[in-house]
Design a protein around this ligand. Structure first.
Ligand SMILES: *Cc1c(COP(=O)(O)O)cnc(C)c1O
Length: 430
């Protein structure tokens, strides 16, 4: 495959941008080789600067759940642009957006818009700290909550890939306030809580993890955490930046029937534009400025163009339950196809999946937490990634990522992915 234009751009980019990219995982370091530069996308396809066509499994890390360049969202943005780009003043769409989010996400009573998932999680723990008057938070190893200082402790995804789970630049003071437990380990959480009585403001997790690859909560795990938080007065936060509006229209909390106190959102909520949000119980959200004393602001928050995209996306998902039926069916077809191929080839790798998220881990161990995810054969994944890319399938460039399906994938695309997977496995196992 000719990717010479991408290679030239990457060479040049490295002169002006640290590592040549504006977000680390894009640099392909975990899989080797040179990243492809994307020029355009439509439906299930992306096109690179050398006009290669790929079937998409990243979907901008989740937001493009309806596929690329969806007509309704493009039209909403085009219409909104007619009225200028930003006012720094309240707008009608922000009210509609908040009302819609509250109606879709079971535990949210009030919500504040921000510009990224990172801002959402940073703000949510600030509110939790203000509300409880406590400093410490608990997070889980391998869960990623954006690049806020408090979360760059045993973080997943890009941070895992780059071997800097504890980033320089994060102060000891901040690190001391972040306690970490292994995912799916209730007893470890109970021990942390017992050792820090009355000091823990919040417990935050991905209710389904996407950032150490796709990892599901064990039976009873979320319920157990809910109980511990209730007993100890800890603010229970679901980071649904990835799972929100994906695992169901009400996110993981609707799917599992568990209500957190606060929820953070991002990705799909902006329909591809930079949007995040945090919300939850009114009792807690009333602490946010200007109503309450916890300060949080944003010049471009609730940006009218971004709201036009997000609002159109959420309305569509709200009004089309068949989106989720289709995504579930696509997920099943893909998992069945991959499983059959592995049987045929005598392979027994672990495939984790739920709805439209999946990860094929190059390990035979069950993957339930970060240590088990790390038993994967990473060089083998790198070879597999490139074998897939050569066959026109564009995946997340790290073993520790979840793939995302969109409704733009038809059966013929899914069949192509399954076939590419079988050929790629054959090639790399040799
Ligand atoms: C992507 C992600 C974030 C960070 O969102 P950004 O918009 O990249 O800042 C936070 N939490 C989870 C679970 C994510 O997947």
């Amino acid at each position: 495959m000719n990717i010479s234009t991408s290679q030239a751009l990457f060479e040049k980019a490295q002169n002006f941008i640290p590592g040549g990219v504006n977000s680390p995982v894009r640099a392909f370091r975990a899989v080797g080789g040179s990243p492809v530069f994307i020029k355009s996308a439509k439906g299930p396809y992306v096109y690179d600067e050398d006009d290669n066509e790929y079937i998409e499994l990243i979907n901008s890390w989740g937001p493009m759940i309806l596929g690329h360049g969806h007509d309704l969202i493009q039209k909403a943005v085009a219409d909104a642009i007619q009225h200028s780009f930003s006012f720094g003043a309240p707008t009608r769409r922000e009210v509609e957006m908040a009302e819609l989010i509250v109606s879709m996400v079971p535990s949210i009573e009030k919500v504040r818009m921000v510009n990224s998932g990172t801002e959402a999680t940073m703000s949510a723990i600030r509110v939790a700290r203000g509300f409880t008057g406590r400093d410490k938070i608990i997070k889980f190893e391998g869960c990623y909550h954006g690049h806020g200082d408090s979360f760059l402790i045993a973080a997943g995804s890009g941070a895992v890939t780059f071997g800097t789970p504890d980033s320089p630049g994060v102060t000891k003071g901040v690190a001391n306030d972040t306690l970490t437990a292994p995912y799916n380990d209730l007893e470890a959480v109970q021990r942390l809580v017992d050792a820090n009585k009355g000091a823990i403001a919040a417990l935050i997790l991905e209710p389904v993890v996407g950032n150490m690859g796709c990892v599901l909560p064990a039976e009873g795990f979320l319920e157990g955490l809910r109980k511990i938080c209730d007993q100890e007065g800890i603010v229970f936060i679901f980071d649904e930046v990835m799972t929100g509006f994906r695992l169901s229209k009400g996110g993981a909390q609707e799917r599992f029937g568990i209500k957190p106190d606060l929820t953070t959102l991002g990705k799909i909520i902006g329909g591809g534009m930079p949007v995040g949000a945090y919300g939850g119980k009114a009792e807690i959200m009333n602490w946010v400025s200007p109503l309450g004393p916890v300060y949080q602001a944003g010049t471009l928050s609730g940006n009218p163009i971004a709201m036009a995209a997000g609002l159109t996306m959420l309305h569509y998902l709200d009004e089309h339950p068949e989106v989720y039926t289709q995504l579930e069916a696509s997920g099943h077809k893909l998992v069945n196809g991959f499983t059959n191929s592995m049987k045929k080839l005598g392979l027994n790798y672990t495939m984790n999946s739920i709805g439209s998220m999946y990860t094929l881990f190059f390990t035979e161990q069950a993957v339930t937490d970060f240590p088990s995810a790390k038993t994967s054969d990473l060089p083998l994944f790198g070879k597999y990634f490139h074998a897939m890319l050569d066959r026109g399938i564009y995946m997340g460039p790290s073993q520790f990522e979840s793939m995302f399906l969109s409704t733009a994938l038809e059966d013929s695309h899914i069949a192509r992915i399954i076939q590419a997977n079988e050929e790629s496995l054959k090639e790399v196992i040799g």
